[in-house]
Design a protein around this ligand. Structure first.
Ligand code: PLP
Length: 360
């Protein structure tokens, strides 16, 4: 059986070493030494001045919206994971969807201005599959209309533009460190900002708003993460180059073997390099995509329609809305298996099956 993804696990004895320390200190959560060490090492690894390690990417999104006390309408993409939209609704704001670009699959910045009203307070855009949005265009629009910019970089661990971390763009960025992600701490998330004052506020928010044992600075939530999760993050960080190298090899193999497949790859930002988090392909139509998915399934190979369906016309708490490009792409997109344990031979086999479906 070949799953669509499989979490990376470090050698067990390396995780156990961290457990010994946890048992010795008896400090399990509440920003313990491992969580702090992870923050420090991630700042170094990602070349960032500030970041916070939090419970997960969803809480990070909610904390970002709360930190700016956003109200009213937030412009966002319908082609993302549900947490991008649900966080907006959860925080009492209204998502206003803007269609995506056909090539990059990210929010179409040329359509943002038309969606801005006097109630718009922010743009929340996703770097879909880790592929950077047009951050320059978004910044220009945000400046013109005095909007906050939050980036959902759940997939974008390690991505840079012109050598600078993608997480440096916008007012706040978030990342997910969920087990299915390129780099993970079982559950976990990062919240990143360049603004030290804002970071302090976010740190209060992460810890119920506490400012000392008997005082409160903010309305807060429990956004902390545990020492056990941080330990996994630390153990996995040692393997990040290996993980990325292996994913790169597999991706190049797919690229090579699928040259003749009538399906396209999203166009990656020209000043950035893929982090190989996913291997999405967009088929010419839904019928071919479904046929391919089913055929792979008969060989115990599992793919995922990620993201399907469009967030704009399926959530029970929102009025359904159609978007030409999003609807088309969501129907035709398929993510192929990609994880460090996958072998080149398995990739070859998957590619042969896909070409066989096409040629039948
Ligand atoms: C685009 C996007 N945003 C947000 C999230 C939520 O992250 P988490 O699962 O860490 O809460 C995910 C998770 O898959 C995601 O893909």
């Amino acid at each position: 059986m070949i799953p669509v993804t499989k979490p990376f696990l470090p050698p067990q004895e390396e995780y156990n070493k961290y457990l010994t320390g946890i048992w010795r200190r008896n400090w399990l959560t509440n920003m313990g030494p491992l969580a702090s060490e992870l923050e420090m090492k991630l700042k170094e690894h990602l070349k960032l001045d500030h970041l916070l390690y939090v419970t997960n990417g969803t809480v990070a999104l909610q904390m970002a919206i709360k930190a700016f006390d956003l109200k009213g309408e937030i412009i966002t993409t319908p082609f993302s994971f549900v947490a991008t939209t649900s966080s907006i609704v959860w925080e009492g704001c209204e998502p206003v969807f803007v269609d995506i670009e056909e090539e990059s699959l990210n929010i179409d910045t040329s359509k943002i201005e038309a969606a801005i009203t006097e109630n718009t307070t922010a743009i929340l855009a996703t770097h879909v599959y880790g592929n950077p949005c047009d951050v320059v265009a978004i910044e220009k629009i945000a400046r013109k209309y005095h909007l906050k910019v939050i980036y959902d970089g759940a997939h974008a661990f390690g991505v840079q533009i012109n050598g600078k971390s993608i997480f440096e763009y916008g007012d706040i960025s978030i990342c997910s460190l969920h087990a299915t992600k390129l780099y993970h701490s079982i559950e976990g998330g990062l919240i990143i900002t360049k603004d030290a004052t804002l970071l302090k506020k976010l740190a209060y928010i992460r810890n119920f708003g506490f400012n000392g044992p008997e005082a409160f600075a903010e309305l807060g939530i429990n956004g902390k993460n545990s020492e056990f999760h941080a330990a996994m993050g630390l153990a996995n960080l040692e393997y990040i180059s290996q993980i990325t190298d292996q994913r790169r090899k597999l991706t190049l193999q797919y690229d090579d073997k699928l040259k003749m497949l009538r399906a396209r790859r999203p166009l990656w930002h020209l000043n950035s390099e893929n982090n190989f988090a996913y291997y999405p392909i967009v088929f010419e139509n839904e019928t071919t995509m479904l046929k391919s998915m089913e055929y792979l399934k008969t060989h115990e190979i599992f793919t995922r329609r990620y993201f399907y369906p469009s967030l704009a016309n399926t959530l029970p708490y929102l009025e359904p809305q159609d978007f030409e490009i999003t609807d088309k792409v969501a129907q035709c997109v398929l993510c192929l298996p990609l994880y460090p344990d996958l072998s080149l031979e398995e990739v070859d086999f998957i590619c042969r099956l896909l070409l066989r479906v096409q040629n039948n």
